[in-house]
Design a protein around this ligand. Structure first.
Ligand code: ARG
Length: 485
């Protein structure tokens, strides 16, 4: 029942405010000399970028930014899939439908995908043809591979548009088909090392039961590689190329077992980097019924999701703010608030939880939203604008910080620690929640503490607090990929 209370002195806060470097607060050498491959987004060629890929993309980009700020070197890696059944089906469609070569974009492609799936239901032989096609692609058939390249280019161009909308960049994009040959060699190595074997039915199977995991197929009976076999080769390739200190795979929770198996097999193969591989799993995003026009089947395009959020933001601005903003200005603000809202709703909760997008709530200026944080930032800037130039030679000696100032300053001071923790655990939601907390401490501060109407010396000390708050709010949002209006 005994305890000691520690209280920060005024001196402590004065020192902090005088010493803090506005441009560098939050930057550290924590991860200096360490390299991390962050693999994220990785959509499927021939299919639209779906909502799960939005989550991976937003999450991965944020992980990259956080790691960079605290000194890690990062490689943002995109691993699109161009080896699966969906690709084989499209190639079958290419021979089944004469006008197929005329497709221009992912939406045309989706129509063929839907069409060929319908045909397959009526015609069994087409499924067999798809299996054969996959075998021929892996065997290096030149004309099929040319068609595959055609499809891949269309998809990659469509993905690129999405990345631009989201402000995301990659250092390397290498797709699955590049790892087919090496995958086969790695499987041969596993057979040689006697933990993979050829089953009576023809498949090559990894024996993982004695390691507490279900056995899994590496090669199909016709010799084609599985998703897992290609992942083994991918890991080797990345280690050879980047000599990473760790790799994080940002992929849905439904692939947990897949990665446990892949990491186990790599460790059985004796790869020195096997213990440096991490899976960052995430849950599902669902959308409110009827919120999005379902133009092509049940598919939801990223542009639709963003447009929905931007519209909700426009409504919110018009209904809650009496402004003399022009339509153009409202559009501009709605853009930043709407896109920010989608990212924030994705990032503020633990990745494994499912999310239901509620656009109206997401863009509200009150509550657990990025709009609230953006609003706090703008508010702070307005105060600074009214004050004008801050006097840097203020006298701190006799200044006594009040409770709301101390709470705010403590939060501001902890910013670098939050970033380091978020980097260490690959968890941007720490930063999102921190930003919310900071915004609320900032509003508590300006409710309780007059800034503009304070005394000569005081006004400059308080202005410094406001200035730092604005800088950190903006910087925290930047780590989530969110702009400020
Ligand atoms: N393309 C896969 C999907 O959409 C994700 C790939 C994840 N990365 C990996 N190395 N297996 O589900």
């Amino acid at each position: 029942g005994q305890y000691i209370n520690f209280t920060y002195s005024n001196q402590h806060f004065s020192n902090f405010l005088q010493d803090v470097n506005l441009a560098k607060h939050g930057r550290s050498k924590f991860g200096k000399g360490k390299k991390v491959v962050v693999e994220f987004s990785s959509p499927n060629i021939g299919k639209p970028f779906h909502i799960g890929h939005i989550r991976s993309t937003v999450l991965g980009e944020s992980v990259v930014r956080v790691l960079n700020s605290v000194g890690y070197k990062t490689i943002a890696f995109n691993y699109p899939s161009d080896s699966g059944t969906q690709v084989a089906l499209l190639l079958v469609a290419a021979t089944e439908f004469k006008d197929f070569p005329k497709i221009k974009n992912e939406k045309d492609m989706l129509n063929y995908y839907v069409e060929i799936n319908k045909r397959i239901e009526q015609d069994e032989t087409l499924a067999e043809k798809a299996r054969k096609t996959l075998e021929q692609i892996e065997g290096g058939d030149p004309s099929l591979n040319k068609q595959l390249a055609f499809i891949r280019d269309i998809s990659l161009a469509a993905f690129q548009k999405n990345y631009e909308l989201l402000g995301v960049k990659f250092d390397e994009t290498s797709s699955e088909s590049q790892f087919v040959q090496a995958g086969k060699e790695t499987v041969a190595e596993a057979v040689k090392k006697s933990f993979a074997f050829k089953a009576d039915t023809g498949e090559t199977v990894a024996e993982l039961k004695e390691h507490g995991l279900p056995n899994t197929i590496l090669l199909r009976s016709n010799g084609t590689t599985t998703y897992l076999a290609r992942d083994l080769a991918l890991a080797d390739y990345r280690f050879k190329k980047y000599k990473f200190d760790s790799t994080v795979y940002v992929t849905g929770s439904e692939q947990k077992l897949h990665f446990q198996q892949a990491f186990k097999i790599l460790s059985l193969l004796g790869r020195p980097y096997a213990s440096k591989l991490h899976h960052l799993p995430f849950g599902l995003i669902s959308l409110p019924e009827g919120a999005i026009s379902t133009r092509a089947g049940r598919v939801v395009f990223l542009e639709d999701v963003l447009a929905q959020a931007i519209n909700a933001a426009k409504e919110e601005i018009k209904s809650t703010r009496k402004t003399d903003y022009s339509d153009a200005e409202i559009n501009e603000i709605a853009q930043v608030v709407g896109i920010g809202a989608v990212k924030f709703a994705t990032l503020r909760i633990t990745p494994e939880k499912d999310i239901l997008f509620d656009f109206k709530k997401m863009v509200s200026f009150e509550g657990d939203t990025s709009a609230y944080i953006q609003y706090s930032y703008v508010r702070a800037k307005k105060i600074l604008e009214k004050i004008g130039k801050i006097n840097s030679k203020v006298k701190f000696e006799d200044y006594v910080f009040n409770g709301s100032e101390k709470e705010l300053l403590k939060a501001l001071q902890s910013y670098p620690v939050i970033l380091e923790k978020a980097a260490k655990d690959f968890q941007p939601y720490y930063v999102a929640n921190y930003a919310l907390d900071l915004a609320s401490k900032f509003s508590n501060f300006y409710e309780k503490t007059p800034v503009i109407k304070s005394e000569n010396n005081e006004i400059h000390i308080r202005a410094k607090i406001v200035e730092l708050s604005a800088a950190v709010l903006k910087d925290a949002l930047w780590h989530l990929g969110i702009d400020i209006p």
